[in-house]
Design a protein around this ligand. Structure first.
Ligand SMILES: Cc1cc2nc3c(=O)[nH]c(=O)nc-3n(C[C@H](O)[C@H](O)[C@H](O)COP(=O)(O)OP(=O)(O)OC[C@H]3O[C@@H](n4cnc5c(N)ncnc54)[C@H](O)[C@@H]3O)c2cc1C
Length: 371
């Protein structure tokens, strides 16, 4: 056994997995790929494992025309063995993978063996994410970050998990009218995120976000909140009087209670149907938008009925009551949080995607683009 066993050094200079956002050092132009391949050969690489990229958008390419300039320069300047890749995405057919190798007949084509020394550079995040609910308590945050500035609006976005303790993250509270920092701005300055924190494929983040949002929207419908809220409204309206009669007997008030109860029962049944369908696999589709709109309109109506039912008891402001303290202001209905909930829940028709946008989604799916 020789003391120093012979080694053959192979170098793939650009590859097909790495993207320009992962490293400034990644060669993506034909000029740079050729230049780095030649430098690799001068540094001792015996085999140059070549990939190429489309000069328009720098995505990996299998087109012979995107190899020609690189191969010409490499052949002219080195004696290295040229190995044209036959790698590619799992969705590519063998014929596509072999396209350049068949065209140029290099000394070798892809050899999948031995170890690969991938250099995974961190992604660097700069920017701001506002309205981050309870972000002050979070140890992780997920962000949708733009990784391809050239791509269309909802493409070129990636889904990243970021540790909130990473240097460069600053959480700035947004103090609301009731004095609480329920939401925050989170600022990112040169935040380095390990590439293994990328969820799924780069630039496919919006697809994953839509999946999550369909669950979030179903949740915002808040059937349980509404059922409890409606029961409280009825209890208060039986105790409160108007013109000597229980408020619940006021025809206008009773009609509103009846209408919201009908809507809530119908929505609760629809909710169960949608959840049981999703439990069998998959996620709710456009139904999530429907639940979000209907559920939040119902929740806001119940908040309004509660505010109407407790009347002047809603006036005093008690931050302890908002927090759910037992030490409530002296009123017969525990009305302390009613006004605060009424105002706080204005958010319901905004967050998770505003109700106007949800109505647009429903119309698009059900009526099509040509409506
Ligand atoms: C209290 C609160 C908490 C939040 N928490 C979080 C959080 O934790 N994480 C997070 O990521 N985000 C959070 N958000 C952000 C929230 O998801 C967005 O504010 C919401 O989706 C609306 O988006 P926008 O602010 O960009 O408004 P836009 O979408 O710009 O809407 C502005 C206005 O224009 C209307 N509008 C816009 N486009 C159309 C259209 N095509 N047709 C008709 N009307 C239109 C809207 O209905 C709205 O009235 C929170 C927001 C609030 C208010």
């Amino acid at each position: 056994m020789p003391k120093h066993p012979k080694v053959i050094i192979t170098c793939a200079v650009t590859g097909a997995i790495h993207t320009p956002t992962m490293s400034d050092g990644l060669p993506i132009t034909h000029d740079d790929i050729a230049h780095q391949a030649i430098e690799a050969a001068e540094a001792g690489a015996a085999i140059l494992h070549l990939h190429t990229r489309d000069p328009e958008d720098f995505r990996p390419s299998v087109e012979p025309e995107h190899y020609s300039a690189i191969l010409a320069r490499v052949k002219q300047s080195t004696n290295a063995v040229v190995n044209i890749t036959t790698g590619g995405s799992p969705t590519m057919r063998i014929k596509e993978r072999l396209k350049a190798a068949e065209h140029f007949s290099p000394e070798m084509c892809s050899l999948n063996m031995g170890s690969m020394n991938f250099a995974f550079h961190p992604l660097v995040v700069n920017g701001q994410k506002t309205w981050t609910t309870l972000g002050q308590h979070a140890n992780m945050i997920f962000c949708l970050v733009r990784t391809d500035p050239e791509a269309k609006q909802q493409e070129g976005i990636s889904f990243l998990l970021i540790d909130m303790n990473t240097p460069g993250i600053e959480v700035r509270p947004i103090i609301l009218l009731d004095g609480s920092p329920e939401v925050n701005e989170v600022w990112f300055t040169d935040v380095k995120v390990p590439v293994e924190n990328l969820v799924g494929q780069e630039n496919k983040g919006w697809t994953y976000a839509k999946y999550l949002l369909s669950h979030e929207r179903t949740n915002i419908a808040g059937v349980g909140f509404s059922q409890a809220g409606l029961a409280a409204v009825k209890r208060i309206a039986r105790a409160e009087t108007q013109n000597g009669r229980p408020l619940i007997e006021n025809p206008h008030f009773a009609a509103r209670v009846a209408q919201v109860e009908i809507d809530l029962r119908a929505m609760a049944t629809t909710n169960l149907r949608i959840i049981s369908k999703a439990a069998a696999g998959g996620a709710p589709g456009v139904e999530a938008s429907m639940l979000k709109v209907k559920g939040t309109v119902i929740r806001q109506e119940i908040n309004d009925l509660a505010r109407r039912a407790v009347g002047p008891y809603a006036l005093p402001f008690s931050s302890e009551a908002v927090e759910g303290s037992n030490d409530l202001l002296p009123d017969p209905h525990g009305a302390g949080p009613v006004a605060a909930q009424y105002f706080n829940n204005r958010k319901l028709s905004i967050f998770g995607g505003s109700n106007e946008i949800q109505r647009g989604i429903i119309a698009k799916v059900k009526l099509g683009d040509g409506r």
